[in-house]
Design a protein around this ligand. Structure first.
Ligand SMILES: Nc1ncnc2c1ncn2[C@@H]1O[C@H](COP(=O)(O)OP(=O)(O)OP(=O)(O)O)[C@@H](O)[C@H]1O
Length: 209
């Protein structure tokens, strides 16, 4: 079965079991909304699913192959955006996206990038060091990656942080388009998703003491 699968995961941080026996499956054409209170372990789970950290126990599979054998097949099809914008403040939006594309062995097309930045409401700000932009504008630069690399799997940690209502709507619509075109998304957010995000299932993490 195609997809990213987690089986019986346990995650422990500072002697606290954030979750145990957690299993999930993320298949193409689906959106999974990960919710739960502060400190429940949502970021920890997303980092495990993207290979940035390892669980205490449990198995991860991609297209039926254990990820113990290597993460490259998933990483070729993955965009991970963490809860920090992850942009270099000294570089402009265009420079950030060029750098990111090179890191991801993704073609960089300046005209396409400018179109994406315009879609994200950043006309006239393409050549400004990102540290001069507002928090929401910096978030928009970070999210532009979702328009640049063709990747089936998106792992998004609080992608709506600092976005205004229009920004939220643009991102939700892009998520819906991605899923209806066979993409797979797992995202956290403290606010509910609106209808613009399309159909989704919810996974709730409790705060374990
Ligand atoms: N590298 C680490 N070392 C020690 N403790 C950690 C580490 N990473 C996370 N934790 C702890 O694990 C718990 C869960 O953190 P995590 O960031 O996964 O929660 P979250 O559900 O994403 O929270 P929020 O909604 O606030 O973003 C927190 O108590 C945090 O302090």
């Amino acid at each position: 079965m195609a997809g990213l699968k987690a089986d019986n995961l346990t995650c422990i941080k500072r002697d606290r079991v954030l979750f145990s026996g957690l299993s999930l499956s993320l298949k193409p054409g689906t959106l999974l909304h990960l919710r739960g209170p502060n400190g429940a372990g949502k970021t920890s789970l997303l980092r495990i699913l993207s290979g940035l950290s390892t669980p205490e126990s449990g198995q991860l599979y991609f297209d039926n192959a254990s990820l113990h054998a290597g993460w490259e097949p998933l990483h070729q099809q993955l965009i991970y955006i963490g809860h920090k914008a992850g942009v270099n403040g000294a570089l402009t939006a265009l420079e950030n996206l060029r750098f990111w594309s090179a890191q991801h062995h993704s073609d960089f097309d300046t005209d396409h990038c400018l179109t994406v930045l315009a879609r994200l409401g950043l006309v006239g700000l393409e050549d400004v060091p990102v540290k001069m932009l507002s928090a929401g504008q910096q978030r928009r630069v970070a999210l532009a990656r979702l328009w640049l690399k063709k990747a089936i799997y998106w792992i998004l940690d609080e992608p709506f942080t600092a976005l205004d209502a229009e920004g939220i709507n643009i991102l939700e619509q892009h998520m819906q388009n991605h899923v209806s075109n066979g993409g797979a998304i797992i995202t956290t957010s403290h606010q509910p998703l609106s209808d613009s995000a399309g159909p989704f299932t919810e996974l709730y993490l409790e705060y374990n003491i």
